[in-house]
Design a protein around this ligand. Structure first.
Ligand SMILES: [Mn+2]
Length: 296
């Protein structure tokens, strides 16, 4: 794919005119950010856990600057791989912060299935207000009252976000549910379904959850895939893939993967915010924060 203006993100002029860049990428395949080399910090499923995010940002060396700006002395870029809201305590706040940072050029974002469901709700489509969406919708309505226009901005933010992020000369792909090697660099309904939901078959397990295939076990691509969606212990590398969702909202950990260092930085969840479907590895984990959650 041809180079386009988004590769000038590092220069000041482009940053001040980020809205024009956004329009351009929307017609050119916004997922193609191969010109952006990082370094990056990819944050797993947030689900409204803004207190844990604050703590993680300090550990990662970010500082909040005036008016929705985020800075780092090594010019690192924060990446969110979706599911910013639902189930946790501060979903609307999570969206507001990430929108500010992305629009300032200080962060990147690709949506998860929970983000997509919120978007469809905001578009007036019929969705069930379950799985924590009901809380997000209430918080979003309150934000709209305080800052009119918030809902329109939020809806456009999710609508315009690329289905996945293709970064660092093609060496890194960030996708909420993961992606298969042959889908990288492409767009379409198969790509979008996988990026939102993982490798689903359309069948359901006996507990009503969708059957998800373990695509990472079969991944043979060269690009590293950082994803989330299904909380797992770890995180651990499997065939150049790593799942950085450690179930923070269930009482697990909020994880960031530093790229290209491949270091894992974690903070322990402050609380079990959501107790339905708590993953087993969290139920078995000891309470409280360890002395140092950073590990490689
Ligand atoms: Mn998800």
């Amino acid at each position: 794919m041809a180079n386009f203006a988004i590769n000038s993100f590092a220069d000041e002029a482009a940053q001040s005119d980020h809205r024009a860049d956004k329009k351009l990428t929307a017609v050119k395949g916004a997922f193609d950010l191969r010109q952006r080399k990082g370094p990056f910090d990819v944050v797993g499923d947030l689900h409204g856990c803004t207190a844990e995010l604050d703590e993680l940002l300090v550990k990662l060396g970010y500082e909040r600057r005036a008016a929705g700006k985020l800075g780092h002395s090594e010019a690192r870029t924060l990446i969110f791989l979706g599911d910013l809201g639902d189930r946790g305590p501060h979903s609307a706040q999570a969206f507001q912060q990430v929108m500010d940072w992305v629009e300032a050029g200080d962060a990147l974002y690709t949506p998860g299935n929970h983000c997509n469901k919120l978007m469809r709700y905001l578009q007036g489509r019929h969705v069930q207000l379950t799985q924590g969406l009901e809380g997000t919708v209430a918080q979003v309505a309150m934000k709209e009252e305080m800052t009119p226009g918030f809902i329109g901005r939020l809806r456009a933010f999710i609508e315009d976000a690329p289905p996945y992020l293709w970064l660092d000369e093609g060496r890194l792909v960030v996708a909420h549910g993961g992606i298969k090697a042959h889908l990288i660099g492409r767009d379409g309904s198969d790509v979008r379904r996988m990026c939102l939901y993982g490798d689903i078959t359309g069948e359901k397990n006996s507990d009503g959850t969708p059957v998800r295939l373990d695509w990472a076990q079969h991944y043979r691509g060269d690009a590293a895939i950082v994803y989330g969606h299904t909380p797992v212990s770890g995180p651990e590398w499997v065939n150049h893939t790593i799942n950085v969702d450690q179930g923070c909202v269930f009482g697990g950990w909020l994880t960031a993967l530093r790229w290209p260092e491949r270091e894992v930085v974690q903070v322990r969840s402050h609380e079990k915010y959501y107790t339905e479907r708590t993953p087993e590895f969290i139920r078995e984990a000891p309470e409280g924060a360890k002395e140092d959650e950073s590990s490689n």
